[in-house]
Design a binder for this molecule. Structure first.
Ligand SMILES: [Fe+2]
Length: 122
């Protein structure tokens, strides 16, 4: 299932880059300065970074599902913080949250297929 997982993760990576662009632009609109160095991204990350040290598809899916679930929590929190105060940020968080939920669903579907192939219950 490597090819299917690779195709899905490439699509997600493009979405995540688009999200970074949307969030960066919103930070600038609010008068802030986006963080532009990768080391500082890690320092300020809400979800950290889980190195893909184990290339087995099952582990890659587990790591990425956990990452999507963390992102869903972060954007849900942003919805709560911006509700009634900042409709532009609220709308942005809603758009990104929809993508993250879709990512989680896509990866869970692949995980279920893999479990079925391995003869395990999904
Ligand atoms: Fe995602």
């Amino acid at each position: 299932m490597k090819d299917a997982v690779i195709a899905e993760l490439l699509q997600h990576a493009a979405d995540e880059l688009r999200h970074a662009d949307l969030v960066s632009n919103r930070i600038i609109q609010l008068g802030g300065v986006p963080i532009t160095t990768p080391k500082r991204w890690f320092d300020h990350s809400n979800c950290g970074y889980d190195e893909p040290a184990d290339p087995f598809v099952e582990r890659i899916l587990e790591q990425n599902i956990a990452g999507e679930q963390c992102a869903i929590g972060v954007y849900n929190a942003l919805l709560g913080e911006s509700l009634g105060k900042d409709p532009v940020t609220y709308n942005l968080a809603t758009q990104i949250l929809q993508d993250e939920v879709e990512h989680e669903e896509d990866l869970q579907a692949l995980q279920e297929d893999l479990k079925a192939m391995l003869g395990r219950r999904a």
